[in-house]
Design a protein around this ligand. Structure first.
Ligand SMILES: *Cc1c(COP(=O)(O)O)cnc(C)c1O
Length: 440
């Protein structure tokens, strides 16, 4: 492919090349990938013309490349971590669960913030999530809340990442690998007490330890279980799980095995059931300021850390009954301005919220209008002034809140979760996908 052909493909007709930036349209990127494969060096300068200073280009902030972003208020993370610390008291450790990029809030920044507020342990779901924290020079103990595939074991030993263990095969191979490097193989044993997801059955823990305990490198440093119903109003199933867990701990002790750090509570159990704090709690959703269930609302004051922002990129006045967005399901009632925001379901603004959520402009709630697109959504500004409302005068570039509070109005992650019939966890994680994150 010649240079001129490449320029033709990019849509840039001049002999100037296009500037490289993060948001290069994917079709352009695909052309470049193919071109690079054809002839690496010859074309590398075509990616970004030398006439454009790369350092100057890099200085253009991500929020000025596209007008939508997520803000994470680290002082709220601090507040929530300290509230939890206070609740569990001394002698009980705080593990902060920062899996899925800290529920969309950014794992490294959240982990560092929480560790500075007295958190002692980090919990993640995958080996790669743990490696990301180690590469950011975080030294705290990290527990992967899963037993990874056998082939990942060398990574655990190399990065000093603790696995969850519930199969003898994994335990032995992990011990062997550690031995090979004159290292220890610390792990936490997962007990299945009724969630029936992963773990050794509560009445088989002693048998399990007999099969692995001979290995000299293995260290059982913790024993834990996970509740299926800590956030439900019904409590019988929860009590059954607690009873089974205590039975398994007693059986281990009777067999001469120390269970190490005992832990069971997620956010809901941390605030609802102090009797299951044991030696450590695993705080996820509450660290981010969201309530795991309605019952905890009266028990603790949490501060949501995440807000979602965008700026208006287009405004139009529509006549009565003109439609908006795919399907034209929204019809103008007349006397409205329709404003467009560069945020859509590819950014985590779930399509199921179409016509069922609001935005906040200049402290006032406005209705989201029409189907939420992949990259855009629209909202309606009513130009009829009534009551004591101030007439809004939207302008291109005006900042709008999709999640957050301003001027006495609030739109929350919980509102969205409720509308979507899902949990807050899923909504916050969605906003991690494409937007830049700004820490305040
Ligand atoms: C995700 C997770 C948690 C955290 O749960 P929250 O409800 O978000 O507090 C705790 N323990 C385990 C095993 C988990 O997978």
């Amino acid at each position: 492919m010649t240079k001129d052909q490449l320029n033709g493909f990019t849509g840039f007709r001049t002999h100037e090349n296009f500037p490289a930036h993060d948001g290069a349209a994917s079709s352009d990127a695909a052309v470049l990938d193919d071109a690079a494969a054809l002839s690496d060096d010859a074309l590398s300068s075509d990616v970004r013309s030398e006439k454009h200073d790369p350092e100057k280009l890099a200085l253009i902030p991500s929020v000025e490349r596209r007008w939508s972003w997520v803000e994470v208020d680290l002082s709220s993370i601090r507040h929530n971590a300290m509230v939890a610390k206070q609740r569990i008291g001394q002698g009980c450790r705080l593990m902060v669960v920062v899996k899925a990029d800290a529920y969309g809030h950014g794992a490294v920044r959240v982990a560092k913030t929480a560790l500075n507020c007295g958190a002692e342990y980090l919990g993640v779901a995958t080996v790669d999530e743990a490696i990301e924290l180690r590469e950011a020079l975080i030294n705290a103990p990290i527990l992967v809340l899963a037993e990874p595939p056998l082939s990942a074991i060398p990574l655990l030993v190399a990065y000093k990442i603790m696995p969850t263990v519930y199969t003898p095969e994994f335990a032995i191979q992990y011990g062997e690998e550690a031995d090979l490097h004159q290292a220890r193989a610390p792990y936490h044993l997962k007990v299945n007490t009724g969630m029936n997801r992963i773990g050794v059955r509560y009445d088989e823990v002693v048998e399990f330890m007999r099969r692995v305990d001979f290995h000299r490198a293995l260290d059982l440093v913790g024993t834990f279980t996970h509740f299926a119903t800590a956030d439900c109003s019904e409590t019988l199933d929860f009590q059954i799980q607690v009873k089974r867990f205590v039975e398994s701990l007693n059986a281990l002790k009777a067999a001469g095995v120390s269970p190490g750090i005992v832990h069971a509570a997620n956010s809901a159990a941390t605030f609802r059931y102090p009797e299951v704090h044991f030696d450590m709690v695993r705080l996820g959703i509450a660290l981010y300021g969201l309530h795991p269930c309605p019952q905890t609302r009266q028990m603790v004051e949490l501060r949501p850390a995440m807000s979602v922002h965008a700026r208006i990129v287009d405004i139009k006045t529509l006549g009565m009954s003109e439609g908006v967005s795919y399907g034209l399901f929204y019809r103008s009632p007349g006397s409205v301005k329709i404003c467009t925001l560069p945020i859509g379901y590819a950014d985590g603004l779930r399509r199921g919220l179409s016509g069922r959520t609001d935005v906040i402009l200049q402290g006032q709630r406005c209705k989201q209008a029409g189907t939420i697109c992949m990259d855009y959504c629209m909202f309606e500004v009513n130009m009829r002034v009534y009551g004591n409302k101030i007439r809004l005068n939207p302008q291109i570039g005006d900042e709008v809140l999709l999640v957050g509070r301003s001027g006495g109005s609030a739109i929350t992650i919980d509102d969205m979760a409720q509308t979507l019939d899902t949990v807050a966890h899923e909504v916050t994680i969605g906003f991690a996908s494409r937007m830049p994150r700004i820490y305040t």
